[in-house]
Design a binder for this molecule. Structure first.
Ligand code: NAP
Length: 305
């Protein structure tokens, strides 16, 4: 019987592990399909406190992993394919194992939706980004493109005009999905230009040069064109990684785990959720780490009771 099983190894899960291990709970952490989470897809992270010169995303996650191991976290490189949260003790299934546990910390994160072209993946972190807050700063005085027509795309495009000279919003239809207020804000921003009925066919560039342009295609006429930009932000939504919890725990209408105000408690006593899997708003490494800390402390107190 485990005291705590942590599912997921991004900043939330690893911070929960550091706190739980230091509280002598000997947590078991199961890394998941993308060990280290979304930060392993980025290059330089400049907004995580404590690194004056910035730190590479994968290196930051490696340091967090080391820190969790140092205090006695057991880390398993596997992924959880099923859980039973409706019975106690809880049950967690991975590889050929079934583990029983007194508490579960869910930190499975969310995954940015991608357009689905090969060059997008190849240049991820080298000019292609899914996070304007994280990477906008690198595009001071540059021209960039944002893909998407929802609130996320409008928010990111508007934010990016603080840095870029021009932001092209590329949308596959000729009407936006975004709310009226976000649309109005984007339409009235002189730095934002819309490219309608268009999809990105190919991202031009190499890891050395970064993104140098896009090959675009009109959806209706299939007409091809080139657009010179220095970066591409994909803002077509996120999917919280909650498939294995569906039907067992309260989720909101977008699939994010519902937590109680100012807490990581879910509707199931003994199950806590932290990081992006319960946060569609901030989605930052530092906020994920903060809620990971909260989850470990709340779980420890819950166990004491
Ligand atoms: P969303 O509302 O689902 O919008 C996704 C957009 O991306 C849509 O315009 C969609 O096009 C486009 N898209 C999807 N797949 C695509 C693909 N493969 N290629 C090209 N384009 C693609 O997602 P979201 O903008 O992330 O918003 C999610 C939720 O969070 C919404 O409820 C939103 O209101 C909320 N949110 C609110 C705020 C805010 O209020 N500050 C900020 C961000 C998000 P189509 O329109 O053609 O489907």
């Amino acid at each position: 019987m485990r005291n705590m099983v942590i599912i997921g190894s991004g900043p939330a899960g690893l911070t929960a592990a550091v706190y739980a291990a230091r509280a002598n709970l000997q947590p078991l952490l199961i890394e998941g399909k993308e060990p280290g989470g979304q930060l392993t897809l980025t290059t330089l992270v400049e907004n995580y406190p404590g690194f004056g010169e910035g730190i590479m995303g994968p290196q930051l996650m490696e340091e967090m992993r080391k820190q969790a191991l140092r205090f006695g976290t057991e880390i398993v490189t596997s992924y959880v394919y099923a859980v039973k949260l409706k019975e106690y003790p809880f049950r967690v299934y991975f590889a050929d194992q079934e583990v029983t546990t007194k508490t579960v910390v869910i930190s499975t994160g969310s995954s940015a939706k991608l357009i689905g072209i090969e060059s997008e993946l190849q240049l991820m972190g080298h000019g292609v980004s899914t996070c304007a807050t994280c990477d906008g700063f690198f595009y001071r005085g540059r021209e960039i493109a944002v893909v998407g027509g929802g609130d996320s795309a409008m928010e990111e495009a508007t934010f990016l005009t603080k840095f870029a000279t021009t932001v092209f919003v590329i949308h596959r239809r000729d009407v936006l999905r975004a709310s009226k207020i976000m649309q109005d804000r984007a339409f009235s921003n002189p730095k934002i230009q819309f490219i309608w009925d268009t999809v990105v066919d190919h991202v031009v560039g190499t890891k050395e040069t970064g993104v140098t342009g896009l090959k675009l295609k009109k959806v209706k006429t299939l007409e091809a064109s080139d657009l010179k930009v220095d970066g591409l932000f994909v803002a077509i939504g996120h999917n919280p990684n909650t498939d294995i919890f569906k039907g067992q725990i309260d989720l909101d209408s977008h699939g994010y785990i519902k937590t109680q105000p100012d807490s990581t408690r879910t509707n199931i006593p003994g199950v806590f959720a932290c990081g992006d899997v319960q946060d569609p708003v901030f989605r930052q490494a530092v906020t994920a780490a903060g809620t990971g800390c909260m989850a470990a402390i709340e779980a420890e107190r819950w166990l004491e009771h």
